[in-house]
Design a protein around this ligand. Structure first.
Ligand SMILES: [Zn+2]
Length: 282
């Protein structure tokens, strides 16, 4: 009898320890475009210097899971958008082609977590045929609805992206995430509060060895994080909330270097290069 009890305990223990074996992730920054000229920091950070500059890149972030999941945070854009020309975009590689540098083919992307629906983050969402897409419910609602009403603000939004998102929803390939601090899959959570758009979100990844915040445009450039100032005018609907969110991000990581801003080219001097325009966050 005691032998059987002992055996049961061993089996239970084995089952529990197998369950505790969590997924591990690798996180990469992938640049797919730059801008022709640097910008004044003041253009991107509230009351930042007009006399100092920042180099702006366009990036997507790949979270590669040991369970076979290849999760993109944001999807970049296609270069035929008028917005891209307005921004003087140079050195453009389509985001799906840029990912080939990591041996990731378009069909390999299993999920896309959209931080917000601005053109430079959402327009490429149709490039990945097998991806399931995640966006904040209120961000989506405003994007496809209120933004286009008389008193709405659709700056940075494109009608073709609205149609793509409606189609994804109709096809059952879209999940609307309802609010702050939601776990989308093991080790991957999203948070709100910065209000870069109606209800933008950022991503916390527990890699197994580290915690990494992919802030996307909830922090445009390092200057904001270093000086705890919000994005410049128009960069957030809630400047106080934007600062609070940065403070909160700092509590999530062991080192502020693991908070990754959305557009600062300096990320490539912080993390080791794995290919041209690709760095691993570690
Ligand atoms: Zn952006």
């Amino acid at each position: 009898m005691r032998k059987i009890a002992f055996l049961i305990i061993i089996i239970l223990f084995a089952a529990i320890s197998t369950r505790a074996q969590t997924v591990t992730y690798k996180v990469y920054i992938v640049r797919f475009a730059s801008t022709a000229h640097p910008f004044a920091i003041a253009d991107w950070a509230y009351k930042g210097p007009t006399t100092d500059s920042v180099r702006i890149n366009f990036m997507v972030w790949l979270i590669k899971g040991s369970n076979g999941k290849n999760i993109l945070v944001d999807a970049g854009f296609l270069n035929d958008l008028p917005d891209a020309a307005d921004f003087n975009v140079v050195k453009y590689t389509r985001p799906d082609s840029a990912l080939l540098k990591l041996d990731i083919k378009p069909g390999d992307i299993t999920d896309i977590i959209l931080s917000h629906p601005h053109w430079d983050h959402i327009d490429g969402v149709g490039l990945f045929p097998n991806a399931h897409v995640w966006i904040q419910k209120d961000d989506y609602g405003y994007f496809v609805g209120g933004a286009w009403q008389k008193d709405g603000n659709n700056g940075g939004f494109n009608k073709r992206d609205v149609r793509t998102m409606l189609d994804l929803n109709l096809a059952g390939k879209l999940t609307l995430v309802d609010g702050d601090n939601k776990e989308l899959m093991p080790g991957i959570k999203v948070f709100t509060g910065s209000r870069h758009t109606y209800n933008s979100q950022y991503v916390l990844v527990e890699t197994g060895t580290n915690k990494i915040v992919l802030a996307s445009d909830n922090i445009w450039i390092y200057y904001s994080l270093q000086h705890m100032v919000p994005a410049s005018d128009g960069g957030t609907l809630d400047p106080a909330g934007y600062i609070k969110a940065m403070q909160r991000m700092k509590t999530m990581v062991s080192d502020t270097k693991f908070i990754i801003p959305g557009h600062d080219a300096a990320v490539f001097s912080v993390f080791p290069k794995v290919a041209d325009g690709v760095a691993e966050v570690k």
